[in-house]
Write a protein that binds this ligand. Sequence first.
Ligand code: ADP
Length: 481
Amino acid sequence: MRILSVASEVYPLIKTGGLADVAGALPPALARRGIEVRTLMPGYPQVLAKLAEPRVVHEYPSLLGVPARLLEAELAGLSLIVLDSPALYDRDGGHYGDRAGRDHPDNWRRFGALGRAAVDVAMGHVPGFVPDVVHAHDWQAGLAPAYLRYWGIPRPSVMTIHNIAFQGGFPASVFGQLELPPQAFALDGVEFHGGVGYLKAGLASASAITTVSPTYAEEIKTPGYGMGLHGLIAARSNVLHGIVNGIDTEVWNPETDPLLAAPFSAKKLQGRAANRAAVEKRFGLHADGSPLFVLVSRLTWQKGIDLLAWITRQDIVEAGHRLAVLGSGDSQLEATFLALAAQHPGRVGFIIGYDEPLSHLMQGGGDAMLIPSRFEPCGLTQLYGLRYGCVPIVAHTGGLADTVIDANLAALNAGAATGFQFTPVDAAPLAGAIRRATGLMRDKDAWTAIQRQGMRSDVSWDRSAAAYADLYASLVPGGSA
Ligand code: ADP
């Protein structure tokens, strides 16, 4: 089976969000299952600079009005098809906007061209590669399924939502330049609130839709999570799938992780003590053996950080526990945690910033990882926590709900529990989950069993790749890897 993956960001070449992780990790995981993936992405200058000896495989005198060409290259274990068009991608600022944060005014053309090029690849414009399925990631690739549909090209497509907040909406005036037939500007086509919606176009046109967890797939059918697309998603729920992301289990391996103070494993958890001591030192916490809660996160409303701030004094400090927070974001939340750390030295530590090595140490040394997100399409932090025996305490939402097994009585008796969930996402239920966790920590055997069960969870990309492979196979007549 051959897949054309279309994405604006691909790790390790370019990343601003989780989409890049999936677009970068899925192809090698699928290759291990005998599925060939080529990845079509924009030729951002940073990407072009990394290509060694690219081959020109197709030239466009005009692609949606600008010259362009398709380059083929192998890089970072990926087979890339790069849409090279300086007119589209060589510019100041970020990938999507200028330095002042304004969207590039021709984003409709920059990413319309990406979708349009995907269809050319699907039609065989790249010698030796005709994909069985076109897999479009997020709004930047959203027109690809629409071109396939409206140009009548018999190739199934998958539209994956990584972040439904970004939808790629443009004025109706761009429609005439997209080379789509007039009937595409319709309620069940690319039209969205009087304009053109790229994510909407993909969702309306794709053979199948996926998002990054089964619970988030359910949530986005509702107004509270669907960001205006809930009606369409609900209407297409018969082709909607939730597939949880994986993590790089080689980078995140507590037995070999060079960023840890000491290695450890599910069998030999003793090494965690040295990591805990290192965390205590970095955060200036008392080494008193009390429960150590950790949080590694962007400090934003989405992440429910304010809920933790609300309960820190009573339910962490006065309860005799400790808290180490690593993150940056909203200045008000940063100020709140600076104040909490100043008020409770030795019990609350706060480091502002993004610090990958420290995050490994915290996963390796913390007793429990707090994740009180208001919404979380998939979430990675809890997967790292599971793998490192840092028991996740999570809000019951999105991928958090799907990846952590709550330590209720039945799960404990069955030996299945891997963490704690709380709902609704509010301060009191979060405090309740912390109390449940510290209650269980007093029973060392029970706590160790939860840690070990978490460390046995399959959080690898292989599991996700198997689900994508099944989905692709279901779309291709007689399809199998
Ligand atoms: P989101 O993508 O919404 O921020 P995820 O849980 O999916 O949330 O992924 C966040 C990733 O970034 C995780 O790997 C987390 O460990 C990491 N991270 C977030 N904040 C920090 C930080 N301050 N320092 C180091 N790593 C961080």
